[in-house]
Design a protein around this ligand. Sequence first.
Ligand code: ADP
Ligand code: ZN
Length: 802
Amino acid sequence: MRRVFNNEPGPSETRVVGRFVEVALPTPVDRVFDYLVPDELAARAGVGHRVSVNFANRELQGFVVAQKDASPLLRHQIKEILKAPDEAPLVNESMLRLTRWMADYYACSWGEALQAVLPAVVRSGRPRKTLTVVKLARTREETLAEVARLEATKSEVRGQRSEVAAFPEARNTEHETRTTDSRSARYAKILRTLVTFEEDFTPGHLAEKLGYSLAPFNTLRKQGWLTYEKKPVDFGGVGSLGGEERVPENLTGEQQLALDRITSSVDRDEFKTFLLFGITGSGKTEVYIRAIARAIEHGKSAIVLVPEIALTPQTVRRFSHRFENVTFLHSSMTDAERREAWTRIKDGTSRVVVGPRSALFAPVKDLGLIVVDEEHEHTYKQDSAPRYNARDTAIMRARLEHAAVILGSATPCLETWKNAQEGKYELLELRSRPTGSSEFRIQNSELPSLGLPSVEIIDMQRECHEQHALAWFSKRLRGACAQALEQGEQVIIFLNRRGYHTVLSCQQCGEALTCPNCTTHMSFHRQLNKAVCHYCLETRELPKRCPTCDGGPVKQLGIGTEKLEEEMKLMFGGFNIARMDSDAMKTREDYESTLEAFRQGETQVLVGTQMIAKGLDFPNVTVVGVVAADIGMNLGDFRSFERTFQIVTQVAGRAGRGEKPGTVIVQTFKPTHPAIVCASRQDYRGFVAGEMEHRRISQYPPFSRLVLVTVEAREKPKGEELARQIAMTARDFGKMNQGSVFDVSDPFEAPMAKLRGRHRTQVMIKAKGFREVRAVVDRIQPLVKVQEKLRVSIDVDPLDMM
Ligand code: ADP
Ligand code: ZN
């Protein structure tokens, strides 16, 4: 090993001469760390290589982001790289630049961004074919007895704790841990949850739900209460179903125009973003396919991003039919499949990659085009660090690699629409649905008579009044369903809320039953006959009397898809009814077989959540019902009208895809709300005009950029104190830099005020643009780092305001 020491001040203070690298580690702190490269690893520790290093007495994996000949660190501070497992770098120059940009933009560390772009299996190199699940090691009875014993211990600890509390000077760090669940309480809760749910949980998933570390699981294993079992991962790849695939011979004039504009950029290796704006079925996918074909002709590759649930058999069939060696990436792939796919993409065997959010980072050779289908979808935003939006990151990647981007949507988000209006993106519009050779033209806000289904809005307030009850089905919807079914046609019923009864509330005071650990309404779980919190798995017996007013009984109110399915079965007994939501569809096979049965006509009614609103094309569906179109409109999120508009528009596009005309029946308590009225006319421009104006007046995006800071604390005042400091710092920055920050809120209790026992306080910052966001975040970040026992998240361009 070659090392030359400068002998001057004393051995421990000398600088080391040698070969150094800067390593980005997945720590929350955004900085790089210097390490010395031992000679034997020199060939494997270049820029973009993965390395293992010692960091704070732990072995961590990171990426080399720079090489250098000297380090300012002194001899006693510098450490050597421990391992460098790969011969070739895992990330290239452009991916390094992209991740650096993500770290800057989304306020995460470079190491976190790098971790997000590489699937875990590629990083670890160990393919995983099995899943570890937690099981009870003894019988239910024995376990319940132990739970009872542990819970008795728990109350003793409580007693001790109040003594400690009475003598504040006796407080110490030990006390800090005791204010949360005591150790035996944790054991009891883990065991009880497993007895109650009888589901397969992975240790990590269950620990996260309960808000614990893995330590109590390990103890319970040692004590013989739990065992870990290996379960084979049984998700197959995306099966490609057989079936005909019609390739349209000629594009419509509008499609051709759009394609010409896109290919002119692809031909010239030009970075450019296009917004392909067209209703469902207007032929956007056909344009994507031909643009991709052009990129491939030039020897380039393409990435197609779709929302996860849109990765349907139809999508798979369509792309596999048109291209050789398409790779489909999806979240239920096994590690072995994922690694194999990664290799195929990297060596250029596969030139087309289709997948959700993370497919954006596929290491394609010579990127020519990125398609972001349904660009307005919220699933493109990751809800943990790095909190990136794949749509915006796609545009950045395309810029770095001189590629074109197509954002496709029938209901573009307002940010995208504004960019298109201002000429930052080129707007390409498909106004009509191709039907054979003829085209049907849709005028802006007139009710289309051809090619699109007719839409009826039903005022549910009046309906309930007439029926003298809280009704979920209007007479009209029931009648239309009955008529369609009798004629051998099919029906889709949409409700954007899963579950059985969604709220348990008191008949007398109206108060809903909430989870003691989270500020969420508990739902009724039919199989358990208990109230359950979906966030932390807390279960409660249904109280006989309301815990708030001690008066009336707690009744199950509201409706979810499960209840809806049951009501449909009562109304239409003779027909087969299937439900599609994330509870019913546990695996991809469930999903595919449910759809296939519907396509074959074995089931006549499909009831479901948003899952059914996506990219499905069934010619025999003539009635689509939207049960409660305004669900979610009262959530107080400034995007809730936009969401409602998007969902209703999407669902309304489901009927009448075949020869038969379709009817869409939208039931709502707000029949005159622009989000509902415009959606029923497929009038995007009408809706956006009004909504833009609201956003402009209140300075919400796209007229500002938001940063949402969330502080989570076991002790509420501590969280609030930090939130106050953050707000103050942001305001001070705004005062010093006039015009950069529009508004900083006072700290407020998050809509989800408590989650897994942590109190949540938020601060919302509205800043002028990206640079200003960056500058404010730079001021806030030092405050965040010094706080222990508090969890802080900084969400740039947040979509979820809870
Ligand atoms: P979108 O992606 O906008 O929902 P698609 O590209 O899926 O629309 O097109 C909807 C249907 O119309 C598909 O069945 C497709 O094969 C068909 N189609 C698309 N373009 C044409 C065309 N130019 N001529 C005839 N049929 C077409
Ligand atoms: Zn809870």
